[in-house]
Design a binder for this molecule. Structure first.
Ligand code: C2O
Ligand code: CU
Length: 479
């Protein structure tokens, strides 16, 4: 099918070109050309089944679901400020949608089933058309039964290119995923959305992959300066990345540029959904091999290596100072005095279970909520997606949200359609960065602020996807 589309595009271009050379209808050409170009999606992506070598070579392959059959899917690239169009063609046996994680997008393109669009049925298509305002590293993933579809592989990296990108010799995407596989290599599907995973840390896996491989090697030259785009596409695993022998500088978080700083301890922690952009000098000698390490909290895993080529030693951009990325047009002037105050108090989960919570407008005892509805978490005493928004903000209103984690588990709280800035916390030092996903540890309280400037209905949910389906989800409306 994808081939057919491409062929048609080529054909229409050829017809157009022959028209030009004939010189006929010259006056009509510009509008015709405009329409011909506007009629072409940059990508057609098809979520469908595929097989992937997630285990070491020689071991069995794994049946996955991926965009175009790959997990992660193809890297999609758009240009900042330029219209972008992806056509989704659903090759699955069940509905799906695509969410453009971190993109300040038109609400209708946000990909949330039943809130912003109808789920796309098997065989159906949907046109995602939007103009990304912010450059940076983002990702796309299913938002339909995400705890299963994302775990099966429906995720990919989405890059919005700066008009004036930083001077680096190489741009490297590193997408980390965590899989729960059985001995025979297949995905452990029995446990999708299990109460155990919902009520604990989420679906933690037993196989870590980097760019879809059990071990992923990056080849560089000594003396290069590289940009690394780290993305955590795992359902639930918090990852702490390290590049021994190198001194990476953080240049962006969740797509938003920061004043570059040296990555110290804890600075390369990625909650599910989060991204970090680094710029790094490749300072080791020719022929060297250094590990890419991931600390999962329990063990350190070598996810791949940086291989230095032997043959060449070139003096490229290495050693040049790293300048900050150009800022995105975020609405950063938030008048805190005028701000609406919102609390989000997280309760529930194993070891501090709530006694009751509201679900679909009714009060339920915990036991019934768990057994009948799989709900194990609550936000402000409400489990699951409420009918009414958590708050309504007039467009342009400043909002302050206090995220209070009264559970025994970390939560990566994700905001749709907006980036939020940390302005206060009850422990440690404030990290005043703009993020779309904020990791809140047990007993932490983090205050974030933002300008609600994007009209529509927007989710706030935990990006540990089992927590999301297990109750940690709400929404707000900007009118
Ligand atoms: Cu990355 Cu609501 O999701
Ligand atoms: Cu959570």
């Amino acid at each position: 099918m994808a081939d057919l589309i491409d062929l048609k595009q080529k054909l229409s271009r050829r017809i157009f070109l022959s028209g030009v050379s004939a010189g006929a209808f010259a006056g009509l050409m510009p509008s015709f050309a405009g329409r011909a170009l506007a009629g072409t999606p940059a990508y057609v992506v098809e979520p469908k089944a595929g097989r992937a070598q997630l285990l070491d070579p020689g071991e069995p392959k794994t049946g996955i679901w991926g965009y175009d059959g790959h997990a992660p899917g193809p890297i999609l690239r758009a240009k900042q400020g330029k219209p972008f169009w992806v056509k989704l063609r659903n090759g699955l046996m069940e509905p799906t949608t695509i969410h453009w994680h971190g993109i300040r997008i038109d609400n209708a393109m946000d990909g949330v089933p039943d809130l912003t669009q109808a789920p796309v049925p098997p065989g159906g298509t949907f046109d995602y058309r939007f103009t990304p305002q912010d450059a940076g590293t983002y990702w796309y993933h299913s938002h339909y039964r995400g705890y299963e579809q994302v775990a099966r592989g429906l995720n990919g990296v989405f890059i919005v290119e700066e008009e004036d990108p930083p001077a680096v010799d190489r741009d490297i995407v590193l997408a980390f995923d965590d899989w729960r596989l059985m001995e025979n290599g297949e995905i452990h599907s029995e446990s999708f959305g299990s109460i155990r995973d919902r009520s604990h840390a989420g679906r933690l896996g037993n196989i870590l992959t980097l760019n879809g491989a059990p071990s992923y090697d990056v080849t560089v030259r000594s003396g290069e300066k590289v940009r690394l785009r780290l993305v955590n596409v795992a359902n639930a695993r918090v990852l702490d990345i390290a590049f021994p022998g190198h001194t990476p500088k953080v240049v962006a978080l969740d797509g938003q540029p920061v004043t570059p700083f040296d990555a110290g301890k804890g600075d390369l922690v990625l909650a599910p959904g989060q991204r970090i952009d680094l710029i790094m000098d490749m300072g080791a000698g020719p022929g060297q091999k250094t590990p890419i390490e991931v600390d999962t909290g329990r063990e350190t895993i070598v996810a791949g290596h940086i291989n230095y080529r032997k043959d060449v030693r070139t003096k490229l951009h290495s050693g040049e100072p790293i300048s900050a990325l150009p800022l995105n047009p975020l609405p950063i002037n938030v008048d805190l005095n005028e701000a609406m105050d919102v609390d989000i108090v997280m309760t529930g989960g194993a070891m501090s279970f709530f006694e009751q919570a509201v679900y679909r407008g009714k009060n339920f005892p915990a036991r019934e909520l768990v057994r009948e509805h799989g709900q194990v978490w609550a936000l402000n005493g409400v489990a699951g997606m409420p009918k009414a928004p958590l708050f309504r903000a007039a467009r342009g209103r400043a909002v302050k949200i206090r995220l209070v984690n009264n559970t025994r588990w970390p939560h990566g709280m994700h905001f749709h359609g907006h980036h939020v800035r940390e302005i206060a916390r009850n422990r440690g030092t404030v990290r005043p960065h703009w993020r779309d996903t904020v990791l809140v540890q047990p007993e932490e309280e983090i205050m974030v602020a933002f300008l609600a400037d994007n009209p529509g209905k927007w989710l706030i949910h935990c990006h540990m996807l089992e927590h999301q389906v297990g109750g940690m989800i709400t929404w707000f409306e900007v009118a």
